[in-house]
Design a protein around this ligand. Structure first.
Ligand SMILES: *Cc1c(COP(=O)(O)O)cnc(C)c1O
Length: 430
């Protein structure tokens, strides 16, 4: 049989970012993944229709459920992450909220840390509470035993971000996963800021990874998307998840026990939440993501390199009180960064300006290349004031605890020439 690069998992990350999960021979030879802009697909014969609906055939029937463009993206992401299955959704928040609903039912609890993205905090603390799912937040996200103390027989997952915002705090993932697994609890990681190029949480024991693909995966600030990836192998039948026991019994014959062991979470996520809650990713978005993932390794290298240079520049600047970036030796997370981020620490950093809110405002208004906006993960550099934007609805005490002080500014360092970015910040600070 001819060599098929698209399924060779021994290839390097950059090679798989270009080839994994897509076989042109099955798509008219088109080297670029085609955009299947259609609402529905021919079912073929009666028996195939049954196979599509029972789940023994992965093919497309109605585009909300499965689309071949999205399938190429999902296979590529599963490969890059080192997982067994992935699912594209309409936004990062759709990926996160659907994941949490797949994990927990009324009466269940999810443990999370306090430094989560604001949308995730609202889902866990407010929205799901109306449906009986309780989000419990640990006070000290750096302390693994603080998570352990919160575990009860109702716990269905521990949910963390691999890089917090805006402090860029890191969690000791390997220790967290080991502790959680000792209790039969899966670990879900929002890995939006590092992407699988800089960190693959499955290598440290995580079970599910979620992304806002809007950010570095998309990379150009031109789409909204989310992706969920499953490692496979977690024991969903360990007694904590009656909903998965039910799903297993109902689908083991059609889907097969071996496949369910590898991708039961994703199967149920697609079959229940994507299919009937409907947060579908359009195939044009999947196409744009496939395109931008082709250059993910070189973009993340440059993002990280530029961010480190800017962090070092700011650390030596007389107008700056402190800089938060785990790539700096002064960071309390530097030791964790050396273990988990040998290739670089991505491009989010924050710093406190001397002179309080007034000085911070002046910097925001004087920068010329940095854009004043709240997005992250664009190729173009951005600056924001978390206390009055991303953390606007967070109560003041929690805002302070999250490191969003009145004089804190957050930078997302883009792919421009570092010397231009440094000159821009220098003139604004002066
Ligand atoms: C932006 C973001 C989200 C939400 O993603 P959307 O694509 O905007 O829905 C979730 N988590 C993190 C860490 C984010 O930065």
């Amino acid at each position: 049989m001819a060599y098929e690069a698209y399924k060779d998992e021994s290839l390097g990350f950059a090679t798989r970012a270009l080839h994994a999960g897509y076989d042109p021979a099955r798509h008219g030879g088109s080297k670029t993944v085609p955009i299947y802009q259609t609402a529905a697909f021919q079912l073929g014969d009666y028996d195939r229709c049954i196979r599509l609906f029972e789940g023994s055939d992965n093919g497309p029937s109605y585009a909300r459920f499965v689309n071949p463009t999205n399938q190429a993206l999902e296979a590529r992401m599963a490969s890059l992450e080192g997982g067994n299955a992935a699912l594209g959704l309409a936004s990062g928040m759709a990926a996160i909220s659907n994941t949490l609903m797949n994990l927990a039912c009324a009466g269940d609890e999810i443990i999370a840390n306090k430094t989560l993205y604001s949308g995730s905090t609202v889902v866990l603390s407010d929205i799901l509470a109306d449906y009986g799912i309780v989000g419990r937040f640990v006070d000290d996200p750096d302390d693994i035993s603080a998570y352990e103390e919160m575990i009860t027989e109702k716990t269905r997952a521990i949910y963390v971000e691999s890089m917090g915002n805006p402090l860029v705090n890191l969690v000791d993932l390997e220790a967290l996963c080991k502790m959680a697994h000792a209790h039969g609890v899966p670990v879900v990681v929002d890995n939006t800021v590092p992407t699988p190029y800089l960190l693959r949480p499955f290598e440290y024991g995580a079970d599910i990874v979620v992304y806002s693909a809007t950010k570095y995966l998309g990379g150009h600030g031109n789409l909204i998307a989310g992706i969920v990836v499953e490692k496979g192998g977690f024991d969903w039948l360990n007694g904590r998840f009656p909903q998965f026991e039910k799903f297993y019994e109902a689908s083991k014959e059609a889907i097969g026990e071996e496949t369910l062991k590898k991708e039961m979470f994703t199967r149920r996520l697609r079959g229940r939440f994507l299919m009937d809650m409907g947060a579908h990713m359009t195939p044009i978005t999947a196409f744009l993501l496939l395109q931008s993932i082709e250059t993910l390794p070189i973009r993340m290298d440059r993002h990280s390199e530029n961010a480190l240079r800017i962090a070092q520049f700011l650390e030596g600047h007389p107008q700056v009180e402190r800089v938060n970036y785990p790539g700096l030796e002064s960071s309390p997370y530097h030791a964790l960064a050396q273990k988990y981020f040998p290739l670089g620490c991505s491009s989010m950093l924050s710093f406190d300006v001397k002179g309080g809110l007034e000085a911070a405002k002046r910097v925001l208004e004087k920068v010329r290349i940095f854009d004043y906006m709240v997005n992250i993960g664009d190729a173009k550099s951005m600056i924001t004031h978390p206390a009055s934007s991303t953390h606007f609805f967070v109560p003041p005490a929690a805002r302070e605890a999250a490191g969003a002080h009145e004089n804190t500014l957050r930078l997302i360092v883009g792919l421009e020439d570092a010397k231009d970015l440094i000159a821009d910040l220098d003139q604004a600070l002066r």
